[in-house]
Design a protein around this ligand. Structure first.
Ligand SMILES: C[S@@+](CC[C@H](N)C(=O)[O-])C[C@H]1O[C@@H](n2cnc3c(N)ncnc32)[C@H](O)[C@@H]1O
Length: 475
C-alpha cells in the first residue's frame, strides 16, 4: 500500500512541554527592551575594542527602527560598500566558549548548546561580564513562534508551522534537561544563578535569529553590531552580503565583513536579504516576520516508502540511486511547479501489482526515466488519490478558510503575531488547494494519458502515432 507519512502534521496539543509560554511572555516582560543608554554603552564598548566600523568615520551606527534596532547609514553608501567589520575577538563562537571559564565543561556539547550556556552565564553575571554591553542590547523576545503564548499558537492550529514550533520547543527542552543535569547542576560554583528552560529557549531564539553560520550549525557565531542588520524583501540579491576574511597581510585575525547590497542614503537603514529560499513559515519560525510575496508561501510534503511494502528493498535501492531516500521531503511553493522529483518518487512509492516488473534488475538503469512519465492507469490513479486524500485531511485541521483569512488581513491594525499567523495559515491552505487542483486535473486526464505499455509499443513500431494497432496484415 502507498504510504504517505505525515503529509499532514498531526494535530499536536498546543504546548505540551513543561513550560507554558504565558510564562515566557512574563519572563520576557521582566527584561526591558534596550534603552538608549544601553545602545550608547554598546557603541562605546565597540569603539574601545576596535570594531573597525566604530571609528570616527563610521559608516553605520545602531539606531532604533521599526524592526527593533538596526544599522543606520551615517553617510551615503554605495552598493557593495563594506559597512561593518568585526574582528574575531568580538565574536561569540565555540572558540570564545572554549577559552572561557566554562570551556572545559563544554567539550563534547553541541556548539549551539555551549554558546547558549555561555550567553546565559555571562548574562547572569550582569555588569561583571565583559560582554554585558552587548548582552544588554539583545531583545528580550522576538515574534518567532517559539515565543508565542498558548493563545497566540492557537491561531496556527493545523499548520505545519505549529508542528515545527512544537517540535523545536521539545528539542530545546530536552537539550536543556541534558545540559542542566550534566553541566549546570554539577558545577554550581560556575553557574551561581539559576538557569531555567525559558532562559535556554531565549538563547536558542537569539542564536536562531541572529547567529551567522556557514555549514550546517557549524561555525556558529554571534557577531555584535553585524547582527543588528535587518531584512528587507525588496533586496533580491541572492549572493551573501557577508564574508569572513583575514585582515591585512600580517594579521592572522579573522574579520567578519558585511556589505550593503544596495546604495543607501545617509540616515536611512541598511538592509540585507536574509535568505531568499526561506518560506514564510521558516521566516516566522526563525525571525518572527513574514513576507507579502505569494511564492513565500509553501507546504512541505513528506513521502515515504513504507517498510511493510513488499518491494521495500528494491524501491529504496532505486530511490537511493537517484539521490533520494526512504523518506523524501518536497517543498512546494505557491505558484511554482511541483518539484521535478516528486512525481517519479510518488509513482515509485505507489508502484504495485502488474507494474512491479519495472522493479526487476533489467530495468534498473532505465526505471527512473520510466517513472518520469505515467506508468499505468492504476499507478497514476493511485498517486492522484493519495495526494488528494492527503490534501483533504490536511485541510480538515485548519480552523478558518482562505477567504476568512484574507478578510482578516485586509484590516490594517492586526496584532503583529496574529498577522503572521493568518498569513502563514492562509498560505499553507493556498498551496494545498494548488496541489489538490493539479492532481484533480491529472485525475480527469487518466483516460487520455499515455502509459508505459503504449510508449513501449510505439517505440517498437507496433502502434501508430494515433494509437492504432499495426497488424502485419495492414502492411
Ligand atoms: C539579526 S536580528 C536584527 C536586529 C534586531 N532588529 C534587533 O533589534 O536586535 C533579526 C531580528 O530582527 C527583526 N527583524 C529583522 N528584519 C525584520 C523585518 N523585515 N521585519 C520585522 N522584523 C525584522 C526580527 O525580530 C528578527 O528576529
Amino acid at each position: 500500500s502507498l504510504l504517505l507519512a505525515n503529509c499532514k502534521p498531526s494535530p499536536l496539543p498546543v504546548l505540551n512541554i513543561g513550560c507554558s509560554s504565558r510564562r515566557i511572555s512574563t519572563a520576557a516582560a521582566q527584561r526591558d527592551p534596550p534603552s538608549e543608554a544601553a545602545v550608547d554603552d554598546f557603541w562605546r564598548w565597540l569603539c574601545e575594542r576596535g570594531a573597525v566600523a566604530a571609528s570616527s568615520a563610521a559608516t553605520v551606527k545602531p539606531g532604533f527602527v521599526p524592526e527593533g534596532l538596526g544599522l543606520v547609514a551615517q553617510r551615503d553608501l554605495t552598493r557593495n560598500e563594506v559597512v561593518v567589520e568585526v574582528p574575531k575577538r568580538l565574536w561569540i563562537d565555540s572558540d570564545t566558549v572554549v577559552a572561557s571559564e566554562i570551556g572545559r565543561l563544554c567539550t563534547g556539547l553541541k556548539p549551539w548548546v555551549s554558546i547558549a550556556l555561555f550567553l546565559l552565564r555571562e548574562r547572569a553575571l550582569g555588569t561583571a561580564s565583559p560582554w554585558h554591553p552587548y548582552l544588554d542590547i539583545l531583545p528580550p523576545t522576538t515574534n518567532s513562534t517559539i515565543f508565542w503564548s498558548e493563545e497566540e499558537l492557537s491561531e496556527i492550529e493545523g499548520t505545519q508551522l505549529l508542528s515545527t514550533t512544537m517540535g523545536a520547543k521539545e528539542y530545546v527542552e530536552s537539550e536543556f534537561v541534558k545540559a542542566e543535569a550534566e553541566v549546570i547542576l554539577p558545577n554550581k560554583h560556575l553557574f551561581p544563578s539559576a538557569i531555567t528552560s525559558l532562559d535556554f529557549l531565549w538563547a536558542f531564539g537569539m542564536l536562531r535569529s541572529r547567529a551567522f553560520s556557514h555549514g550546517r550549525g557549524e561555525n556558529l557565531a554571534l557577531v555584535p553590531l553585524a547582527d543588528l542588520i535587518n531584512h528587507s524583501s525588496s533586496i533580491t540579491q541572492e549572493d551573501s552580503s557577508w564574508e569572513i576574511k583575514g585582515k591585512g597581510i600580517f594579521s592572522r585575525e579573522l574579520m567578519f565583513s558585511l556589505r550593503t547590497p544596495v546604495h543607501v542614503k545617509s540616515g536611512e537603514q541598511v538592509y540585507i536579504q536574509y535568505d531568499i529560499a526561506k518560506s514564510n513559515a521558516d521566516l516566522a519560525f526563525d525571525y518572527g516576520f513574514v513576507e507579502q510575496r505569494p511564492d513565500w508561501d509553501a507546504y512541505t510534503f513528506t513521502l515515504e516508502i513504507g517498510e511493510s511494502d513488499p518491494f521495500y528493498g528494491d524501491k529504496l535501492d532505486i530511490a537511493e540511486s537517484n539521490g533520494l531516500d526512504e523518506t523524501a521531503y518536497f517543498d512546494i511553493a505557491l505558484g511554482c511547479p511541483l518539484p521535478p522529483l516528486m512525481l517519479p518518487y510518488l509513482r515509485l512509492v505507489a508502484l504495485g501489482g502488474a507494474d512491479t516488473f519495472l522493479l526487476e534488475s533489467v530495468f534498473r538503469n532505465t526505471i527512473w526515466g520510466h517513472l518520469e512519465l505515467p506508468v499505468s492507469r492504476a499507478n497514476e490513479e493511485a498517486i492522484c488519490h493519495v495526494v488528494r486524500q492527503a490534501c483533504k485531511s490536511a485541510f480538515s485541521v485548519y480552523h478558518t478558510t482562505v477567504e476568512e483569512d484574507e478578510k482578516l488581513m485586509e484590516g490594517d491594525n492586526l496584532d503583529e503575531r496574529l498577522r503572521i499567523a493568518v498569513c502563514v495559515r492562509a498560505g499553507e491552505k493556498k498551496v494545498l488547494q494548488q496541489i489538490d487542483g493539479a492532481f484533480r486535473e491529472r485525475e480527469s486526464e487518466l483516460d487520455i494519458l499515455e502509459y508505459y505499455h503504449e510508449r513501449r509499443l510505439k517505440d517498437l513500431g507496433l502502434v501508430g502515432q494515433q494509437g492504432e494497432i499495426i497488424f502485419w496484415e495492414s502492411k
